[in-house]
Write a protein that binds this ligand. Structure first.
Ligand code: NAP
Length: 267
């Protein structure tokens, strides 16, 4: 089996990375940064997002696992003290796999050119540096509302505990193949009106964002990556056909992770 390691780069994460490489090679596993069967991240959820985007072009072939060197993460949920145990589990191979849904984002340009396509593990957010974001929101091909405000966030179930949660969105179990649309400070008065509540869309219900003004520039984030776009015709968001595959060596239920991260580390 081939493995890769993405480290946060701090001394603790680097030490664990070196130890993992040495021990896994001792078990005859191959260190291969280009085509890993297992991508291990060492750091936090931010490091896990980096690992995901490094291998998002080969999700059918690469499974992921995260070790955290700071606080408990949603993706990075193994602690450094468990590294030896984890190495033995990995060496035993094959491992079980758990799949989580992803978000597909297509950004269509006004000139009719080819769209840019991205996969997000947490979310896509749409903001602007020029006044308010003004766009029409279409759901499943029907006009739903005209949004005016700071921006919108479209998240995956596993991303629902990240930016989405800070915006007042609900926490969605990753077994539900869905996306969630949350507002950032919408303007609501007698002239402008939006739904105000987070919307949860099932698979195949496409959410389309159609900017009203030509030539406005948008700051579009895909997880930790920010891109600037002008002349956007539409931004299409839906549950992706692809899924992320986690290598599972022990049970750590989603709701326990939510509890341990946000309520208390002890029971
Ligand atoms: P960052 O601003 O350095 O860190 C964002 C924080 O979100 C970190 O503490 C990170 O955990 C945590 N996080 C990431 N994914 C999570 C998840 N699925 N559930 C719960 N917490 C999660 O940015 P970054 O490290 O590059 O990560 C990018 C992410 O930041 C974005 O995808 C977005 O979700 C999040 N974000 C959150 C807010 C907010 O809450 N107001 C605003 C902007 C962006 P670690 O410390 O373990 O890395």
């Amino acid at each position: 089996m081939k493995f890769s390691i993405t480290s946060k780069g701090d001394s603790k994460s680097e030490q664990i990375k070196e130890r993992l490489i040495q021990y896994l090679k001792d078990f005859d596993l191959e260190y291969n940064k280009d085509e890993p069967d297992l991508a291990i991240s060492v750091g936090g959820d931010g490091t896990f997002l980096q690992a995901f985007h490094t291998y998002s072009h080969r999700l059918e072939h690469t499974a992921f696992i995260g070790i955290h060197t700071g606080h408990l993460g949603f993706y990075a949920d193994w602690v450094p003290e468990e590294v030896e145990k984890l190495i033995i589990e990995i060496a035993k191979n094959p491992f079980q796999v758990v799949e989580y849904p992803l978000l597909e984002v297509k950004i269509h340009p006004q000139n009719g050119g080819k769209e840019d396509r991205y996969l997000a593990l947490n979310e896509c957010s749409v903001k602007t540096a020029e006044g308010s974001v003004v766009l029409d929101v279409n759901i499943k091909g029907e006009h739903f509302e005209r949004f005016r405000g700071d921006g919108l966030c479209i998240s995956t179930p596993s991303g629902s505990t990240a930016y989405n949660k800070a915006l007042g969105g609900g926490i969605i179990h990753p077994a539900l193949e869905s996306i969630q649309v949350t507002e950032m400070a919408s303007i609501n008065n007698r002239v402008f009106r939006t739904i105000g509540s987070p919307l949860i869309l099932p698979k195949h219900h496409v959410c389309e964002l159609m900017p009203i003004h030509d030539n406005r520039s948008f700051l579009i984030t895909i997880d930790h990556l920010t891109k600037t776009y002008t002349n956007v015709k539409s931004i299409e968001c839906r549950v992706a056909d692809e899924k992320i595959r986690f290598a599972r060596f022990r049970s750590f239920p989603f709701w326990k992770r939510v509890h341990d991260s946000f309520i208390s580390g002890e029971r």
